[in-house]
Design a protein around this ligand. Structure first.
Ligand SMILES: [Zn+2]
Length: 443
């Protein structure tokens, strides 16, 4: 074992199954004996909302080509909510399931048939799929009781059963490097979409994930995952994260403020919630351009027309970048359907070519940062569906990339000592996740 590994084990810090898996990849390269054994102790950090779990994981490591092991084990965890009008087929598509046999099974198996009858909007559904979209596991909450329908593929054979739901929060640590897209990197690191979009949200005051991502950007995340009988079925909250974008590193720690709701802060207690978001489009698998294996850059940035264009499918939600009041909502020349929001001091923002307005959006409506105000379209002078976004100071368009924006308040000095001691174990875990990712060459 390398020094680094023994040190990590000696620290007996939290190590969870994912890391053990990655550990195995790393050892796959390094091991010379025919069999190695990894022992890891998992301990929940202090101050987290997670029940303390202590577990010993012993894995036998036959020496094989690590790449083969990785390929065999690669799987994706997708979480979705049932939407109005969903069918088994449409839900399966959103979950990334491309598996005729599994769909037939869902339609014909007596236990699985409950699913089609209980597609109630809002239900959280999880699927684990393999590289080619084959179903590995499917979790569906049964209406009216604390139970799940669990579909599993074992030795190639699908089975379905109803099981009492036993949810247990566990901490996971992952790292990744962006080669093509954020979702490509999070897929590689087997991070669920729910966590990937949380990551983008947390840093959305500093990074525009539509435009700013660079090949080589890195991230490490510590987050909670809810497990049912050892299987991850729902993502919880990100507890700590680090993101290096274009060589600049940002950190975030979750902190429940006294009497407040909590939020994300830098290591020295500055809030990550900014007065202005970097992007008027939330970041999702859809707006990032579906495909996980190539960059899908938005259209040009600062052009002669003094706005930023975001290419996105028609109907994509457009959100207010800051608190404010609707100053204008209606048709305006080449802008087509336009919304102008007035914010604090002399700032305003404009959103053009909209397909339509969110309910209740009219002159004078009060808006909170992040509210959906309208939907992407191609009204007015637009050659394709996109959002035209302008940032204005005293009615003058300015490049949103180059303005210095007002910041929010840091934590009260009296809260700082408690905050600093609370984030210490999280900082250690972020570091661990980073060290692990540096060893294998997979992520
Ligand atoms: Zn434009």
């Amino acid at each position: 074992m390398t020094d680094k590994k023994s040190r990590i084990l000696a620290q007996s810090h939290l190590l969870i199954d994912s890391l053990v898996r990655r550990h195995r990849y790393a050892l796959g390269f390094a091991a010379v004996s025919t069999l190695s054994v990894v022992t890891a102790f998992a301990v929940a950090p202090q101050g987290s909302s997670t029940a303390i779990t202590l577990q010993t994981v012993v894995e036998q490591l036959p020496v094989r080509d690590a790449k083969i092991i990785a390929a065999e084990q690669h799987s994706f965890l997708r979480e979705e909510r049932v939407q109005r009008g969903d069918t088994l087929a449409s839900l399966a598509t959103r979950l990334g399931i491309d598996d005729r046999e599994a769909l037939d099974f869902l339609r014909t198996n007596t236990v699985a048939q409950t699913i089609a009858r209980q597609l109630r909007p809002g239900k959280p559904v999880t699927a684990r799929t393999g590289e080619r979209g084959e179903l590995i596991a499917f979790f569906f909450p049964v209406s009216g009781k604390d139970a799940l329908i669990v579909i599993k593929r074992e030795q190639g054979k699908l089975s379905a059963s109803e099981q009492a739901q036993v949810l247990e929060p566990r901490i996971e640590m992952r790292s990744g490097e962006i080669r093509y897209s954020l979702f490509g990197a999070t897929d590689d690191a087997e991070i669920p979409d729910g966590i990937a979009t949380q990551l983008a949200e947390i840093f959305s005051g500093d990074i525009d994930f539509h435009r700013d991502l660079r090949k080589g950007d890195r991230f490490s995340i510590v987050y909670e995952m809810l497990h049912h009988r050892g299987q991850a079925i729902r993502s919880g909250r990100i507890l700590a994260a680090e993101f290096t974008n274009d060589k600049k590193t940002y950190q975030a720690y979750w902190h429940a403020t006294e009497g407040g709701k909590g939020g994300y802060y830098t290591a020295d207690g500055k809030s990550l919630r900014k007065a202005f978001l970097r992007s008027p489009l939330e970041f999702s698998r859809v707006t990032s351009g579906f495909t996980s294996n190539r960059f899908h850059p938005v259209l040009q940035t600062w052009r002669a027309h003094k706005g930023v264009d975001y290419g996105a499918p028609i109907g994509t939600r457009v959100r207010a970048v800051a608190d404010g009041i609707v100053e204008f909502a209606g048709k305006q020349g080449g802008y087509g359907n336009l919304i102008v929001l007035k914010h604090q001091s002399a700032y305003s923002t404009a959103y053009g070519h909209l397909n339509g307005y969110a309910p209740g959006i009219r002159k004078g409506t009060r808006i909170v940062q992040g509210d959906t105000i309208g939907y992407v379209g191609q009204t007015g002078l637009a050659s394709g569906p996109h959002l035209h976004y302008e940032f204005r100071i005293r009615e003058q368009q300015v490049n949103p990339l180059s303005v210095t924006l007002p910041t929010t308040l840091p934590l009260e000095p009296s809260q700082l000592p408690r905050f600093k001691s609370a984030i210490q174990p999280l900082a250690e875990q972020v570091k661990l996740a980073k060290e692990f990712s540096g060893q294998g060459s997979f992520h």
